[in-house]
Design a binder for this molecule. Structure first.
Ligand code: NAD
Ligand code: IPM
Ligand code: MN
Length: 352
């Protein structure tokens, strides 16, 4: 089990440390951890947010456990040198096009959701976010126009092949869940979205057992807080998926709870190569204080065991221990509690 560990910046190292302690407590046979620099820390040490050596380390492993990247001190840098390019570069270079972001209500957190408890209780959804395309990776730039005004642009596009492959991921996921899929787009305005919708409908013919519907993204944002229980699997593009998943996190209580898996086509001995990271960022406002919630990262490690190593049993052990920790009221500041990052890690390990 070769695992690349890239903590990154801000709270990245703090939350990764707890995930590693949890993995250690499982005594996984033959687990080997390889460190790598990403983000602002990599820029400081190597002059680049994603050094070639880090990419090589990832390629030599079965999975990457990733913290977070980004630092306000780097916001003035040329875009290709900014910390965020590390995660974007890994996703692109490793062909990780399918980002799975589950959001499930944990027992005991109903009153901590931003929603009314009876609404929050219904949440059990999976956002399948396309990760290699969209406005993120199109042509972009700024220029000064002839009239003297500065102008910026980012080109949004999807090829039908890109849409089809993420659609297959989402239909397969829906088959393994409640058999419902909602495709979220903005086809009433965007050509990219019309192509998206057409391609999803074509793929749907291969999955007659899945109930497909379509929703415009503005309505989806509203429905997510009105009645999130209506969603099973949601498939959407890179930008919409980014935004809706942060929103979904507050519906279950905190952004410190949501894990993710980023998968491509490359297989490992017992699963699929993947990158696993919390959906949150480096939280500069609380970094270095031992207050970050490590649960999103611990749950990302569980997803890693499931998807890259075929260790469903160990993944479920972690998930049950996390559920028990939360049910027992061990909550960090993000949930209105006082447990430190390390105390939450300890509580999960105690319950493994
Ligand atoms: P953020 O997710 O870092 O933080 C948003 C808010 O949520 C902050 O108030 C923060 O304290 C809180 N928060 C986030 N994670 C938490 C946790 N585990 N426990 C408790 N509270 C938590 O988003 P931001 O402030 O918009 O971005 C900060 C930096 O992180 C930026 O540089 C951004 O580009 C980067 N970022 C990186 C990733 C990534 O590496 N994948 C993801 C998102 C943002
Ligand atoms: C995320 C982050 C990244 C994204 C940024 C840091 C590039 O917000 O992983 O959700 O937009 O994908
Ligand atoms: Mn995001």
């Amino acid at each position: 089990m070769r695992i690349a560990v890239f903590p990154g910046d801000g709270i990245g190292a703090e939350v990764i440390a707890e995930a590693l302690r949890v993995l250690d407590a499982l005594r996984l046979p033959g687990a080997v951890y390889l460190a790598g620099d990403v983000g602002a820390i990599a820029y400081q040490r190597h002059g680049h947010p994603l050094p070639q050596e880090t990419v090589e380390t990832a390629r030599n492993c079965d999975a990457v456990l990733f913290g977070a990247v980004g630092d306000p001190s780097c916001d003035h840098l040329e875009r290709h040198l900014r910390p965020e390019q590390a995660v974007l570069g890994l996703r692109a270079q490793l062909g990780l096009f399918a980002n799975l972001r589950p959001a499930t209500m944990f027992a005991g957190l109903e009153d901590l959701s931003a929603l009314k408890p009876e609404i929050a209780r219904q949440i059990d959804l999976l956002i399948v976010r396309e990760l290699n395309g969209d406005v993120y990776f199109g042509d972009k730039g700024t220029r000064t126009r002839d009239d003297g005004q500065r102008e910026g642009w980012d080109m949004m596009s999807y090829s039908e092949g890109e849409v089809r492959r993420i659609a297959h991921t989402a239909f397969l996921a829906a088959q393994g869940r409640k058999g419902r899929l909602t495709s979220v787009d903005k086809a009433n305005v965007l050509e990219t979205s019309q192509l998206w919708r057409d391609a999803v409908i074509e793929v749907a013919a291969e999955y007659p057992d899945v109930a497909l519907d379509h929703m415009y993204v503005d309505n989806a944002a509203m429905q997510l807080v009105r009645n999130p229980g209506q969603f099973d699997v949601v498939v959407t593009g890179n930008l919409f998926g980014d935004i809706l998943s942060d929103q979904a996190s507050m519906c279950v209580g905190s952004i410190g709870l949501l894990a993710s898996a980023s998968l491509g086509e490359q297989k490992t001995a017992h699963g699929t190569f993947g990158l696993y990271e919390p959906i949150h960022g480096t939280a500069p406002d609380i970094a270095g204080q031992g207050r970050a919630n490590p649960i999103a990262t611990i749950l990302s490690a569980a997803m890693m065991l499931r998807h890259s190593f075929g260790r469903e049993n160990d993944a479920m052990r972690i998930e049950s221990a996390v559920a028990q920790t939360l049910a027992d009221g061990v909550h960090g500041g993000d949930l209105g509690g006082s447990a430190s990052t390390k105390e939450i890690g300890d509580a999960v390990i105690d319950r493994l």
